[in-house]
Write a protein that binds this ligand. Structure first.
Ligand code: SAM
Length: 273
């Protein structure tokens, strides 16, 4: 009856947990993103199981068949090609439907590339935001980067090697030249942790790159406190150009606080009258 959501290695087979091995050995069947891929893992474990396919492009349609097997009493283990199911991988639709039907869903945690990369970033922010793959459409991509820009959390992206250089350049443009980490081929023979600013990393990865990649970018810094004398001069200059306190507050409010700027502008206007 339960649906076990089982994390599998992201490269190094020794990272499969003892509990994952036990569940995969004792469950009634395995639900896999790609059955041929997961068959290799099961063979490595010496396990033979009925495999049910749950590809990302067809999860909605396939989920119901899997749910009826669970409802009829089978215990099934969901795995994806690598890492934790439902993290930029199929699984969330099946889990949602299972929850709605009152089927127990049990996590069997283990490797995930995002968590592995955050664990070695060394960045000061204690929080992180998992952004996954950026959308392909330029407009949606730009909007998402605009939203992420203000976050004080580390930002975690998945990216393909072909797009790495371009994406690093784009992140530099959208977020500023922040400190970042490119974590390539984690847990594998050619594991690489490349550190630097986004512009340095964009130069370094401008050419051809191979392997699987996580990018971690440090969060937005705490805005520097404005120099009161500079702010006052800016407001005086604007008043002198004929701008009104309300307009000045609108313009400078996002950086300095709308209310504070408005009151400062009113005071300076009165002084000059
Ligand atoms: N569910 C997986 C997880 O928990 O990490 C992620 C699956 S997603 C389809 C695949 C992406 O994860 C890759 O394109 C890459 O960005 C990242 N990834 C997976 N394995 C990796 C590894 N060994 N090193 C670096 N990144 C990896």
């Amino acid at each position: 009856m339960p649906l076990y959501v089982v994390a599998t290695p992201i490269g190094n087979l020794q990272d499969l947990t003892a509990r994952a091995r036990e569940i995969l050995s004792t469950c009634d069947g395995v639900v896999a993103e790609d059955t041929r891929h997961s068959e290799k893992l099961l063979r490595h474990l010496g396990v033979r199981k009925a495999l049910h396919s749950l590809p990302a492009f067809d999860e909605q349609a396939r989920a119901d068949g899997i749910l009826s097997r669970l409802a009829s009493g089978a215990s099934l283990a969901l795995v994806t090609d690598a890492g934790t199911p439902a993290v930029s991988d199929p699984g969330s639709i099946l889990v949602r439907k299972a929850v709605a039907q009152g089927i127990p869903v049990i996590p069997v945690p283990g490797p995930s590339a995002a968590i592995a990369a955050v664990s070695v970033s060394g960045f000061p922010e204690t929080r992180f935001h998992f952004a996954g793959f950026l959308p392909r459409k330029q407009k949606t991509r730009g909007e998402m980067l605009g939203e992420l820009r203000a976050l004080r959390s580390q930002l975690v992206f998945y990216e393909s090697p072909q797009r790495l250089g371009e994406t690093l350049r784009e992140l530099h443009g959208a977020l500023g030249d922040r400190t970042a980490l490119v974590a390539r081929e984690l847990t594998k023979v050619h594991e690489e942790l490349a550190r630097g600013t986004l512009s340095e990393l964009a130069t370094r990865f401008a050419g051809e790159t191979r392997g699987e990649i996580v990018i971690v970018v440090s969060g937005a810094g705490v805005p520097e406190a404005a120099d009161p004398a500079e702010l006052e001069q800016e407001v005086r200059d604007r008043l002198a150009r004929g701008e009104r306190p309300k307009g000045i507050a609108e313009a400078l409010g996002p950086a300095h606080g709308k209310r504070e700027v408005y009151q400062l502008a009113l005071r300076l206007q009165e002084e000059s009258d």
